[in-house]
Design a protein around this ligand. Structure first.
Ligand code: ZN
Length: 320
């Protein structure tokens, strides 16, 4: 039996003769600086009853991720302020040289652009992207599909790039933009690999509603990872970055649930079961008091992560 342990043992889980111990040691910088976290209930159903994702701490440097026992949503309970999360993105993640100008990111943006165009059309549509980044997606849909584009982006560095590309933009968050500008103006609001990285996924969709025309569409694209075949080792999915920089991990069901809770009606979905991408297009509808959707069984999600961890052990020598 091989045992992985260092610094001190709290508790362990056993799987096929592998024992993984949760190690409780301070993360870099934590000893000096007190960090304030708020504890959040499930963003979709509001329940606080949750269990930990098995083995997550092994990959995240001891940071827990939870599964809602009521609806199966995978989320991070303890989160810092949106400003601190944004600073983490700017300094710790983007600062390390993240760029969208790599084949994998461009490929997924082209996929999403084509999926939108085939289903609801892009020509002459007013498309706003929340979290426009370096503007690569907006540039693609402007040049290849004839869309009228607009970027909402908090990072000053990225806004300089948008300016160089002559893409009109607003520097700030969706909340700032919604408060400062006239409502109901976009035909399409795009959230590409962004909804999972904010403080409140619900507030972000309410922000999108505010700037959409009455029959406008929201397009959400994210990785298709939960309750689908494993597409990468778990160590390539979970990371030691501050866990609240990626607070939400969607299955197709939980994304439908969130859309339903924020007054959107799903109209198109890609073939997420055999794709790296989960892409859902939903139309803005009326808010209803009752939010009814098919929930994920949390035990299925627990079992899914156990199986994923076990599968990932086969690749443990490939830098994971
Ligand atoms: Zn829930």
């Amino acid at each position: 039996m091989e045992i992985k342990v260092s610094f001190g043992v709290i508790e362990g889980e056993q799987l096929n003769n592998w024992v993984f111990y949760r190690i409780n040691y301070p993360r870099k910088g934590q000893m000096k600086k007190k960090i304030n976290f708020d504890r959040f209930p499930c963003d979709i159903c509001g329940s606080s009853d949750a269990v930990e994702v098995p083995f997550a701490r092994f990959y995240t440097g001891n940071q827990p991720i939870h599964i809602c026992k009521e609806c199966g949503f995978v989320y991070v309970r303890d989160r810092r302020s949106s400003l601190e999360i944004a600073n983490s993105w700017s300094n710790e993640i983007f600062g390390k040289g993240y760029t969208a100008h790599i084949p994998a990111v461009k490929a997924r943006q082209v996929y999403v652009a084509d999926f939108i165009d085939k289903n609801i059309g892009l020509k002459n549509k007013k498309v706003s992207e929340i979290g426009a980044g370096e503007g690569q997606f907006l540039d693609i849909i402007r040049k290849e599909y004839g869309a009228c584009v607009f970027g909402i982006e908090p990072s000053g560095m990225n806004c300089k790039i948008l300016s160089r590309l002559k893409i009109p933009y607003f520097q700030g968050t969706i909340e700032d933009y919604g408060a400062a500008h006239k409502k109901n103006q976009s035909d399409i609001v795009a959230l590409l690999w962004t909804l999972e990285n904010c403080l409140s996924c619900k507030d972000m969709l309410f922000g999108a509603r505010k700037i959409l025309s009455p029959n406008g569409y929201v397009v959400i694209a994210t990785g298709s990872r939960i309750l689908v075949p494993f597409k990468k080792p778990l160590g390539k999915y979970l990371s030691k970055n501050p866990s609240d920089t990626h607070s939400f991990r969607f299955s197709a069901q939980s994304l439908r649930g969130l859309l339903s809770a924020t007054g959107f009606k799903v109209v198109f979905e890609n073939s997420y079961i055999d794709s790296d991408i989960l892409c859902i297009i939903a139309r803005k509808g009326k808010m209803s008091k009752k939010n009814i959707w098919r929930k994920d069984n949390y035990l299925d999600v627990v079992d899914f992560f156990r199986r994923w961890h076990k599968e990932s052990l086969f690749y443990k020598n490939t830098n994971n």
